[in-house]
Unconditional design. Structure first.
Length: 182
């Protein structure tokens, strides 16, 4: 199978279920942003500090592929075979956050992204996740979107914030806090 098909050369692509839409369609933007987020999670998985979390981060990447497939499916095409996103996937993120927060100092100020390249990558992933969530919510105002998808993205951005803090702790990097000029 060739990677190029030439079917998108006119700026049109197919959703799962066969409907052809412009590549500028909001649905395409949404699952394209999920793909961008997945790439950042892969970058996090490649960081030495996350070697013990590699399988968890791969699991998150798998769920993002699931979300991408869901978002790439024509609404109402229930016969399209695709993987399921489950409430247990959200619960996994919550359990992992709870475990990390047991080791973290209490949060007393806003955290500025930075302090270490690996931590900065985590903050980039978090902000891309928030953008993904925002445009998914926008899509949901026009077309059906699974509530679990929106919940998972919301929880994942929380997870990435906590993970960034955990990575800073493990890297022995001082968290940079925001000190507003008042």
């Amino acid at each position: 199978m060739k990677i190029y098909t030439k079917t998108g050369d006119q700026g049109i692509t197919s959703l799962l279920g066969g409907t052809r839409v412009p590549k500028s369609d909001l649905r395409i933007d949404v699952y394209g942003t999920v793909d961008e987020l997945n790439s950042y999670i892969g970058l996090l998985r490649d960081q030495e500090v996350n070697k013990d979390r590699s399988e968890l981060l791969k699991e998150i990447q798998d769920r993002l592929f699931t979300i991408g497939a869901d978002l790439a499916t024509v609404p109402g095409k229930d016969k399209v075979k695709k993987p399921d996103l489950l409430s247990e996937d959200i619960e996994l993120l919550e359990r992992e956050m709870d475990q990390m927060e047991l080791k973290l100092p209490p949060l007393t100020a806003f955290i500025l992204p930075g302090g270490h390249t690996a931590v900065s990558f985590c903050h980039l992933a978090r902000t891309v996740c928030r953008r993904t969530e925002r445009i998914t919510v926008e899509l949901a105002s026009f077309e059906p979107v699974s509530e679990l998808v929106i919940q998972y993205l919301n929880r994942l951005s929380d997870f990435l914030f906590v993970l960034g803090r955990m990575m800073a702790l493990e890297l022995d990097v001082e968290e940079v806090t925001w000190k507003p000029r008042i």
